[in-house]
Design a protein around this ligand. Sequence first.
Ligand SMILES: Cc1ncc(COP(=O)(O)O)c(C=O)c1O
Length: 429
Amino acid sequence: MQRVTLPAKAIPKRWYNIAADLPVEFPEYSQTEEGKQLENLPKIFSSGVLEQEMSQKRYITIPKKVRKLYKKIGRPSPLYRAKGLEDHLDTPAKIFYKREDLSPTGSHKLNSALAQAYYAKKDKAEMLTTETGAGQWGSALALACNMMDIDCRVYMVQVSYQQKPYRKAVMQLYNGEIIPSPSDKTEYGRKVLAKDPDHPGSLGIAISEAIEDALKDEKTYYSLGSVLNHVMLHQTVIGLEMKKQLSLIDAEPDIMVGCVGGGSNLAGSIFPFVKDQLDGNINCKFIAAEPNSCPTLTQGEYRYDHGDTAGMTPLIKMYTLGHDFVPPSVHAGGLRYHGMSPLVALLAHEKIIEARTVTQTEIFETGKIFADVEGVIPAPESCHAIKVGMDEAIKCRREKEEKNIIITLSGHGLLDLQGYDDYLEGKLS
Ligand SMILES: Cc1ncc(COP(=O)(O)O)c(C=O)c1O
């Protein structure tokens, strides 16, 4: 068996909300006295996602329209056996990867973009603003807004805007408006540029710019591509599908790996299995893979911090490198984020999720091997997960263990070829 597919009718009917099953209480969001960030939430988010953000309901129905669009973008996504990689590593482990790279925009991000655009439209919003790092989230939201017939404005981190010029074309093809961040379009952007006109940008700054737009216009909502609870919720279609796929081949996960920026592809993949683990039904190791240049889970502090640089989001208890941290300009732009999903952070703090770091050279070496033996060119972000999965498979070889390793392939690398080219030419630091 090389590939486990599911029919369209197997697209989950409900998202799974781990807030109902946490081992400890979820730390409530808070605000600063002058910022009033909690009071601003209804001004920037649709009522649908805000309700989900705070919900304690274990399962939340996926609207019919969203399920229909999930079908249109090719869900359920297949689960592949990485036989080529197993042979290459000479491991007794079985390695599987979930193909989120096969969506029209090339990553898992559409799973939440479609839901967020749906709820915004339901509230009669006319525009969604957002940030994007690598461009995967911006592309997904531009397409989702186009499908829902609302406008989309994307603040794209300056350094990624330069590294991945064709992402701009993708967003424009879906009628999205792209603005490199920091920009002179917002008060906060101008403030950053006044201090440093060559600022490379960061996700935290781009978020502040997009929120500022939403606060200024009541027909404009803000949309976040990761971190918040409702985004983790929407992404659980990945894990819920995987559960069906693994049960079809009578397999249980021993190790599950995902890369983490704000935590959504990892959360979406593992949360339905974390429930099984907490219920005592499986014994699985959950691993978050992050860049050594932005080591939020491995070196950040577990404390309250803002999700953006200007301090416009509520205070969220998470692992953080500090909201003014500007990560080095690595190619894995989607992982250059100072904070983390508070749900992923809580589970990491409870030692239910462990974290590992990967270097930039390792990720491109990994991408080269994966392209060679599996035929798929992974996004630099996803290479973090593949690398950790490979390390685990090598450990299985040493210890002669036949474990099932499940990797989430969060995106393809076909618009990341500048990074791959630099690697092949020996120009990467
Ligand atoms: C391909 C890909 N994987 C992973 C991520 C990280 O986001 P998250 O941790 O929310 O899955 C991104 C973010 O842009 C991405 O583009």
